[in-house]
Design a binder for this molecule. Structure first.
Ligand code: LLP
Length: 479
């Protein structure tokens, strides 16, 4: 496999200087993993005696020199540990728990292979994610197909692949899946996605006014119950349960518990109106991670709170316990990823914060521009240097909004310094673009001191591969 190296990139400049604002691991070769809890480094990272950042036991400046930047480094051990934390949290729940990784957070063939190995399920939202997982021999029976506008061909592919569950989002799709399943001579196990009207992210989360979402069957107006009735009458559909997802980067369990209550109430209504009985309850994803100083939820806290709420709620309603499912994306992959950039130009104007430009930006990480997302940033080749000034870190794209970090404290930076953005594993590479015709970055998978390319850096040939010059502009007619 090609190295993914960018031939245009100059080698990183590395200096080791005094003062230690972060934990230091002594002794070559330092392969110690520092857990993130309480420390300023994320899980799987450490700093060696020369002030270099290590990820999965690999020297980050050395990886940057070998593979070029922007570089996304994913730590396989952190990924596996997060998978296990979720799975173990369900161990005591008798009907069983399913952990379906939300592929939209970041899915590559290698990531899918690790997830398969860890016994996870997978939430896919497109034929592309489905194909990626199939390419890793991820069992289709452990996949859950989501989306608010699944295409007929995507549905057919899912059925042909033997997909485990389809989460039906709307009445149109209910008919499409029923028809397709009958055409395949089968009954497809399905869940209904409910729009419960719960707002995560606010203290008003149990307010049921927020129905204004494109996803799912509306609960308040009875559409969810009506959808269950239609499932009961659809020969191609085998209704097994309910699903809802109320938001992302949730930092408290209360909205999830309120959600469980609402869905159990709906299960009671469905029991009263049809022959259907709730077998599975999927409460979506959403657990937040630490980007800066957030107090986050641990997988075991999320799962145990849900289990308690569902046990109590079922007892109170005389419902048998359903199989439970969660769909974490960010909390499995987010902290496993680091984005590394090289510092280039700087603009300094008296009275204003300096703009430090790096070789990536909104093309590989749209989150700061789109959501005002904030990150912890470190100088990967000078981890022990103290912060000296407050700067904006900006990208190389032609937009004023192309910020990666606003007003962040860093040592005084020089061209060639390497900036590491932590918690970069989720929703960055999958949301990347070729804006300004910049190739997408290289993705590495590191573990135990060794690194492998899992996605090669895009080349200019890749960028041009699908361009066609019409014959009237001098191109050759298609063969
Ligand atoms: N299940 C469903 C149905 C979802 O829509 C999502 C995320 C998840 C699970 C996983 O949620 P997580 O555990 O990762 O929070 N691009 C945004 C996040 C969009 C989330 C979309 N749905 C960001 O960068 O923050």
């Amino acid at each position: 496999m090609d190295s993914g190296r960018d031939p245009e990139r100059a080698p990183a400049e590395c200096t080791g200087e005094a003062a230690a604002p972060v934990p230091v691991v002594a002794g070559p070769p330092p392969v110690v993993l520092v857990r993130g809890a309480g420390g300023s480094l994320p899980p799987g990272c450490a700093v060696d005696t020369s002030g270099h950042l290590l990820a999965g036991g690999c020297d980050v400046p050395a990886l940057a020199a070998q593979y070029g930047t922007p570089l996304y480094i994913f730590n396989e051990d952190v990924l596996r540990a997060n998978c296990r934390a979720y799975r173990h949290a369900f161990a005591a729940y008798e009907p069983g728990g399913v952990v379906a990784y939300a592929g939209k957070a970041c899915l590559t063939v290698a990531i899918a292979a690790v997830l398969a190995d860890e016994g996870l399920y997978l939430d896919v939202v497109s034929a592309g994610e489905l194909q990626t997982a199939l390419a890793a021999a991820f069992p289709a029976t452990r996949m859950v197909f989501h989306g608010n506008n699944k295409g007929e061909r995507e549905i057919a592919l899912a059925l042909q692949s033997g997909i485990g569950r389809i989460v039906i989002d709307n009445f149109h799709e209910l008919e499409l899946v029923d028809r397709a399943a009958r055409a395949h001579g089968m009954r497809q196990p399905v869940l209904l996605r409910v729009a419960p009207g719960i707002e995560a992210h606010t203290h008003d989360y149990i307010r049921t006014g927020s129905q204004d979402s494109k996803f799912g069957f509306d609960l308040q107006t009875g559409q969810a119950l009506e959808a269950a009735r239609r499932c009961a009458a659809a020969p191609g559909l085998d209704w097994v349960g309910l699903h809802a997802h109320i938001g992302s980067q949730i930092l408290e369990t209360a909205p999830l518990l309120a959600l469980a209550e609402l869905l159990l109430d709906l299960a009671v209504a469905i029991r009263g109106a049809t022959d259907l009985r709730l077998q599975e309850l999927n409460l979506g994803g959403g657990a937040g991670i630490r980007y800066r100083e957030e107090q986050t939820l641990r997988p075991e806290d999320v799962v145990s709170a849900i289990i308690t709420a569902v046990r109590d709620g079922c007892r109170a309603r005389d419902l048998p316990l359903p199989r439970l499912a969660v769909e974490p994306g960010r909390s499995i992959i987010g902290q496993a990823g680091i984005a590394v950039y090289t510092v280039g130009s700087q603009k300094r104007v008296p009275g204003l914060l300096p703009w430090i430009a790096v070789d990536g930006g909104m093309g590989d990480n749209i989150r700061p521009a789109l959501y005002q997302a904030e990150y912890t940033v470190a100088v990967a080749n000078r981890m022990r240097d103290p912060a000296e000034e407050t700067v904006h870190v900006v990208g190389r794209y032609c937009e004023s909004g192309d910020f990666l970090a606003r007003a962040t404290r860093l040592p005084r930076l020089r061209p060639g310094d390497l900036l590491a953005f932590f918690s970069a594993g989720a929703y960055q590479y999958p949301m990347s673009s070729n804006y300004n015709r910049v190739p997408r970055p290289c993705l590495l998978l590191v573990s135990g001191g060794s690194a492998d390319v899992m996605v090669e850096r895009e080349t200019y040939a890749d960028l041009l591969a699908r361009d066609r010059l019409p014959p009237r502009l001098g191109g050759r007619p298609p063969a």
